[in-house]
Design a protein around this ligand. Structure first.
Ligand SMILES: *[C@@H]1O[C@H](CO)[C@@H](O)[C@H](O)[C@H]1NC(C)=O
Ligand SMILES: *[C@@H]1O[C@H](CO)[C@@H](O)[C@H](O)[C@H]1NC(C)=O
Ligand SMILES: *[C@@H]1O[C@H](CO)[C@@H](O)[C@H](O)[C@H]1NC(C)=O
Length: 380
């Protein structure tokens, strides 16, 4: 990694600009914006020796943006993304939009080798040395003279996402390594406030909270009440300590675990702290049930209030946070901060994707947890 310093126009302060080699291990997650690329580079087409890019890619995330390229200042563009774990290519060129999806599911948590190349009127995608997608395009408006600049970007796009033919959720919890991009040797420019994030050596399914932030949902965006007697069920599997979740509306706040639970340790949610190990055997399941006037934890009534209608609140929309309490000062002692791996979150039986939240702290890995040695990685 290389640090360059650019003089600000007023000459009074130095703004650090991080430059990065495209062949490093790059974590595409943890961005502060959804569509802005993590890093980008541009080159003169005349100096490009090979219209081929290849890299290794690892994810458990089913959907998100991987790689973007364009020419003519973005008038012709190319995007590689995943949808349902399967690679999808979209191309915009001379007022034609193309979208092609195919090949194996890549979101299995192991490294895959990807190669993309341009062969005349075709774009070819190879996965693990096997041609999986060939996209051909021809129009009497396209000119094949390659002049001007080519731009590449990772983890985002350089043109408006509204130009996509098939929209997707851009956030991608993935790592890239051993990249070779058009055989360019120049360094890439990174997002202005970019901070490098590590890639865990091995990953497993889940959402990892390192203890520095939360995810916020509006319950009106989540699966709704089906029957009054069954209410709303939130099930969480994983191993963690700290505040798992909190529910908040204008007139009440509920934390799980509550202080009462912490005292009598009725819940084995602090297993990890005690055992100091992170084996999956430590996994806990916790169920919160909302009924009309009560909240149940693992079937036991935890809170009862005849003045609050929890089910209407759920439908109207209250805040549901995983990993802490909204509004807590950022640097307050992190008594409430969740640390650990939430392997699965089910609401009304449906899998909840943290990428769908209306706020997610950049420290959270929405689709991957370290497979080993959580304590070593997070305790310092
Ligand atoms: C690209 O070409 C222009 C002139 O056409 C030149 O000024 C510029 O330095 C070149 N950039 C690179 C990265 O080679
Ligand atoms: C890539 O660039 C290196 C020099 O930077 C050159 O030796 C090599 O031939 C190039 N490879 C291709 C495929 O163009
Ligand atoms: C949740 O969304 C609903 C509908 O858009 C809105 O009325 C409500 O105020 C929101 N609640 C919160 C806590 O943001």
């Amino acid at each position: 990694m290389f640090l360059g310093f650019y003089l600000n126009l007023n000459g009074l302060c130095l703004v650090p600009a991080v430059k990065l080699s495209g062949s490093e291990v790059i974590n595409l997650g943890h961005k502060s914006t959804a569509w802005e690329p993590l890093m980008h580079i541009s080159a003169n087409l005349s100096s490009v020796s090979s219209i081929t890019s290849h890299f290794e890619f690892r994810t458990l995330d089913p959907e998100g943006i991987v790689f973007y390229g364009d020419t003519k200042e973005g008038r012709d563009w190319f995007v590689l993304s995943l949808r349902d774990g399967i690679p999808e290519v979209q191309i915009g060129k001379a007022n034609v939009l193309v979208s092609v999806k195919g090949g194996p599911k890549l979101n299995d948590g192991v490294w895959h080798h990807l190669e993309l190349r341009s062969e005349g009127k075709y774009v070819v995608v190879e996965i693990n040395n096997k041609v999986e997608l060939v996209v051909g395009m021809e129009s009497d408006q396209t000119d094949d003279v390659l002049t001007g600049k080519i731009r590449l970007a990772l983890g985002g796009m350089l043109v408006d996402q509204k130009r996509l033919m098939h929209r997707f959720d851009p956030e991608m919890d993935a790592c890239i390594r051993a990249g070779s991009w058009l055989n360019l040797s120049a360094l890439w420019d990174t997002e202005s406030n970019w901070k490098p994030s590590q890639c865990f050596p091995e990953i497993k399914k889940g959402s990892y909270f390192p203890g520095s932030g939360l995810v916020l949902f509006n319950t009106s965006d989540l699966p709704g009440v089906e029957t009054e007697e069954r209410g709303v069920t939130i099930e969480v599997f994983g191993s963690w300590h700290g505040t798992l979740l909190s529910l908040q509306s204008l007139d009440f706040q509920y934390l799980l675990p509550s202080d009462k639970e912490k005292e009598n340790r009725a819940l084995s949610v602090e297993l990890k702290e005690e055992s100091g190990s992170s084996d999956t055997a430590d996994s806990t399941k916790l169920t919160l049930t909302l009924l009309r006037h009560s909240l149940l934890v693992n079937g036991d009534t935890e809170l009862q209030n005849e003045n609050i209608d929890f089910l209407s609140r759920w439908t109207e929309g209250m805040s549901l946070a995983f990993g802490g309490v909204p509004g807590e000062p950022k640097d307050s002692p992190s008594v409430h901060r969740l640390q650990g791996c939430l392997e699965t979150i089910l609401i009304q039986g449906q899998d909840i994707d943290l990428d769908q939240a209306f706020f997610k702290h950049t420290s959270i890995s929405s689709h991957s947890c370290p497979a080993k040695a959580v304590n070593e990685l997070t305790e310092s």
